[in-house]
Design a protein around this ligand. Structure first.
Ligand code: PGA
Length: 252
């Protein structure tokens, strides 16, 4: 059995928020983290329109920039879409795929998510693959089953601990202020860890599993301390540098 402790990752997902006026936030973030010893990596995922600008603002900091979605094709007639290559070209090192808002608003299936993750890998990006149950599914005792099905269906061939991150995001916890208990988070994350071992062998131990859904400065430390939690995917609280720092503090 290979023992490896993955380096945690705290990723901010700005969603459809941010114009150039928001560039002061990454500038502030970079300033606040200057000279601070961090036990985690930090990633900011602004809208694609801002990726290059955010990257420039962060120059000299260790903060990386990511995308929020990508098409599975390299290029072509896909009006409004962005490819993984384009994100890479704009300075991104990672891309979120299969976020529940994409699965719901754009009818994305596990199969489509797996294709997007594969495209991310081909472009040299880390794929942050999101999975998680709805409230109805949790209430009917299906949270673990949903995690297993989505993970198996969304994980592409060629996934490694270096190119893949899993984000467990219960849909009912996203943007609602509600969170599962620490024990519930630990239960799902440990289940995902075991599934990763089945799907990837020893490499599964090194895949980071992020928790996402209403993470804020006041609950970050206890959520990040749960078994098999290797960081956070943060929505609302990543829009303001002091709030995001409050979460990153769980790893200072
Ligand atoms: P939230 O969003 O932190 O605002 O709940 C998390 C996410 O959607 O990634």
């Amino acid at each position: 059995m290979v023992k490896s402790v993955p380096r945690p990752l705290v990723a901010g997902n700005w969603k459809m928020n941010g114009t150039t006026a928001m560039l002061k936030e990454p500038r502030l973030l970079a300033g606040m983290l200057r000279g601070v010893k961090l036990k985690c990596e930090v990633l900011v995922c602004p809208p694609a329109t801002l990726a290059r600008r955010v990257k420039a603002v962060m120059k000299g900091s260790r903060i990386k920039v990511g995308g929020q979605d990508c098409h599975w094709n390299v290029s072509g007639a896909h009006t409004g879409d962005v490819s993984a290559e384009m994100l890479k070209d704009a300075g991104c090192t990672a891309v979120i795929v299969g976020h529940s808002e994409r699965r719901t608003n754009h009818a994305e299936t596990d199969d489509m998510v797996a294709k997007k993750a594969k495209a991310a890998h081909a472009a040299g990006l880390i794929a942050i693959i999101c999975i998680g149950e709805t409230l109805d599914q949790r209430k009917s005792g299906k949270a673990l089953e949903v995690a297993s099905t989505q993970l198996k269906g969304s994980l592409p061939e060629g996934a490694t601990a270096a190119n893949t991150v899993i984000a467990y995001e219960p849909v009912w916890a996203i943007g609602t202020g509600l969170t599962p208990t620490v024990a519930e988070v630990a239960e799902v994350h440990t289940h995902i860890r075991n599934d990763l071992a089945k799907l990837m062998g020893d490499a599964g131990a090194g895949v980071r599993i992020l928790y996402g859904g209403s993470v804020k400065p006041s609950n970050a430390s206890e959520l990040m301390a749960a078994a098999n939690v290797n960081g956070a995917l943060v929505g609302g609280a990543s829009l303001k540098a002091p709030d995001f720092i409050g979460i990153i503090k769980a790893y200072m």
